[in-house]
Design a protein around this ligand. Structure first.
Ligand code: HEM
Length: 226
């Protein structure tokens, strides 16, 4: 295979890896958002749900074991997603050291610029979020096992934290919107007839996710969850 074809094949593999891992991560956030809405059903329902997640895979897996497998798969997906992004970005830069004065596809460059800003915001958020609600180091009142109490005391009166979540969730919404847009491009779903539906679908899905996630901190601030 010529070096041009090898580079093309490897770019396609990286795009496929980015799309598959992106879909997996997207599936996780969708499930997580839906699960979080249980907070509105009260402490016992949310805590029972969190406990149930630790029982998944029984009796083959012991308590919490399957969760660790799922965490491993998610982490691997994240590493591949980041690796493919970095590699494709560096390759694009190397291939075009001087930017085009005029490009026929401004949308494509606008999309990648947005993703490069929102991606790191989400990464920093996830690290803070794990310290906040999973391990508790960034939580003023962490109670292991009491997910409901941790959510309420983690947001109530902590407006800076709530603000940081709002910023991160808006970044996530933009990232997902542009990610879905890129996925459609990668899959070749690019036709003037379908494009308006494609964009509306990506916008509706991302908005649903952001609103669903925001419903919890906003619910705590408004006293609907206490
Ligand atoms: C307002 C929005 C969110 C709330 C209220 C929330 C709440 C929580 C809570 C309470 C936990 C701990 C669950 C437990 O210990 O059983 C958790 C874990 C987690 N969250 Fe979120 N979350 C939010 C948004 C997000 C977003 C946007 C992401 C990803 C981009 C995310 C990723 C994770 C991850 C990776 C874990 C660790 C799961 C595990 O290891 O068991 N969360 N979240």
């Amino acid at each position: 295979m010529s070096s041009g074809r090898t580079a093309l094949a490897s770019t396609l593999w990286q795009k496929a890896a980015m799309a598959i891992t992106g879909l997996l991560l997207f599936g996780f956030v969708l499930g997580h958002m839906a699960g979080n809405l249980k907070t509105y059903q009260g402490s016992s329902k949310l805590n029972a749900y969190a406990e149930h997640l630790r029982e998944l895979g029984a009796p083959i897996f012991d308590h919490g074991q399957f969760l660790w497998v799922a965490r491993g798969v998610l982490l691997l997906a994240l590493v591949i997603h980041l690796g493919a992004t970095l590699s494709l970005t560096l390759r694009n830069r190397a291939a075009r050291p001087v930017a085009y004065a005029y490009t026929k596809a401004p949308e494509t460059s606008e999309v990648s610029r947005t993703m490069i800003v929102t991606g790191p915001i989400i990464l920093v958020f996830v690290i803070f979020h794990l310290l906040h609600f999973t391990t508790g180091q960034a939580h003023p009142n962490f109670r292991p096992g009491d997910v409901y109490a941790n959510v309420v005391t983690g947001f109530r009166g902590h407006f800076v934290v709530v603000g940081a979540y709002v910023v991160a969730l808006l970044a996530l919404g933009s990232h997902l919107f542009h990610g879905l847009w890129s996925l459609f491009q990668t899959l070749g779903l690019n036709h003037t007839r379908w494009n308006p539906y494609r964009n509306r679908f990506a916008a509706a899905f991302s908005a649903l996710l952001v609103v669903g996630f925001l419903a919890v901190p906003i619910g705590v601030v408004l006293g609907l969850i206490r």
